[in-house]
Design a binder for this molecule. Structure first.
Ligand code: KG4
Ligand code: ZN
Length: 345
């Protein structure tokens, strides 16, 4: 089966063609147009601007994928239906519905979160080692969840953020320090550059010892704000201080994510553990999580998405579509499909 994947839930317009034949998975085409330089000016994603930019980008991306050629290059369509920004989601959905109707092809509305779960499955080495049950730490700009994957398309969310997501904690604290958007990569870069003698800031690790598997980052953001506001003006401009604060922020967030995931793994005993979502691009998180799995979760397989597939992309949407089509070849009725901005797993 050849699947056309379309992603427009937030600030990336992305199109992919994924071929899945039994165990062979080939990414035949993949192109993502990022809106980050546009939203950077506003310090965050502006929904109306995102939707308009998707409209301007999507047709050219589909054209370059060969979607409008006479000879069909795909057999089914997978499009993100939620969660995400309503107007942005609708751009991809309406394009996908039109293609489904005019080409008489099955369509599936993909849950963006399942797309992130499927992102790690795009890597052939991961598919070879993949063993259910899998415990997934899904950390993005809008979500921080611990997901117990019993099988493909069969999940239980065992922990979630009670307020802000880990990605948001990166984004908002970076904004506070005037580092720009998105905050995760900026903080991570500054933290890596911090010399050994940079100041260490004492930041809280909310809910790290809470018996639930939930997260909370709202109080953490406030704690960073207080530290920042208490700094004398000359220190706020000093590179060493900013880098030190970035390192302390990154370490606190990574500590929380690693510790809670390890505790959840001890309790739910998965065969494999995977980290997915934009924040999984964080090299400190990758390093500490893989070390924790090796040292504290003997025998558990550690998986992460291939490089470049951490943040939003259409290849992961097509992959999740493949999981769903395997269960039901008919897909959805395009007439009944609409954006579901608040969709959960
Ligand atoms: O998955 P994603 O592309 O979009 C959502 O579905 O939300 O995730 C975007 C988030 C942003 O909050 C961004 O700051 C964060 O992922 N992010 C990172 C890194 N790269 C992206 N956070 C920490 N370290 C990174 N290297
Ligand atoms: Zn995402």
């Amino acid at each position: 089966m050849r699947i056309l994947g379309i992603e427009t839930s937030c600030d990336e317009t992305s199109v992919a063609l994924l071929q899945v034949d039994g165990k062979t998975v080939r990414l035949k085409h993949h192109e993502t147009s990022t809106q980050i330089p546009i939203h950077e000016r506003y310090g965050g994603v502006v929904p109306e601007v995102a939707a308009r930019t998707h409209v301007a980008e999507l047709i050219s991306l589909l054209d370059r994928a060969g979607v409008f050629k006479k000879k069909k290059s795909f057999d089914a369509i997978a499009v993100t239906r939620g969660p995400g920004l309503a107007t942005a989601l609708r751009v991809g959905i309406e394009a996908a519905k039109t293609l489904s109707y005019t080409l008489d092809l099955p369509i599936i509305g993909v849950n963006h979160l399942e797309g992130h779960l499927a992102s790690a499955w795009l890597l052939s080495e991961n598919r070879k080692r993949w063993k259910f049950p899998v415990l997934a730490l899904l950390v993005s700009g809008g979500h921080s969840e611990l997901v117990f994957m019993r099988d493909f398309c069969n999940y239980k969310v065992i922990g979630r953020s009670r307020d802000d997501a880990a990605g948001e904690a990166f984004d908002k604290t970076a904004k506070l320090m005037g580092l720009g958007y998105p905050g995760g990569p900026k903080i991570s870069k500054m933290a890596a550059e911090a010399p050994a003698d940079t100041p260490v800031f004492d930041l809280p690790r909310p809910m790290i010892n809470d018996p639930s598997f939930d997260f909370s980052f709202s109080g953490f953001k406030t704690a960073v704000r207080r530290v920042w506001e208490d700094l004398p003006t000359n220190k706020k401009k000093e590179s060493k201080t900013i880098k030190g604060l970035c390192r302390s922020i990154e370490q606190a967030i990574v500590d929380i994510l690693v510790k809670k995931t390890v505790i959840a793994a001890r309790r739910f005993k998965p065969k494999a553990l995977v980290i997915v979502g934009g924040v999984s691009a964080n090299s400190e998180l990758q390093k500490k999580m893989s070390l924790a799995v090796r040292k504290e979760l003997k025998g558990v397989i550690y998986l992460a998405p291939p490089k470049g597939f951490y943040t939003d992309n259409a290849a992961m949407v097509a992959a999740a579509g493949a999981w769903r089509f395997k269960k039901d070849k008919r897909g959805y009725n395009w007439k009944k499909m609409d954006a579901e901005p608040e969709l959960d797993l």
